[in-house]
Design a protein around this ligand. Sequence first.
Ligand SMILES: [Zn+2]
Length: 71
Amino acid sequence: MSVYAFVEHTIKEHPDTDVTYEAECLWCDWAATPADDSEPVDMACMQHTGRTGHAGFRRLRTSFAMVIRRK
Ligand SMILES: [Zn+2]
């Protein structure tokens, strides 16, 4: 007979870490200055589009996560 223990886990943002937002142009080597808020990155993208006509970006949101095992 086998016994399987069921352990619940949750995952959440790691405490004392920041979320980082970044963006890279898909058409040239331009990249926005990384920030801990999405708004300045989005603004920089729109300004880049205004200057160059480049309208495609790869956006990254980096965070640190932590899994917590419930007892
Ligand atoms: Zn560009």
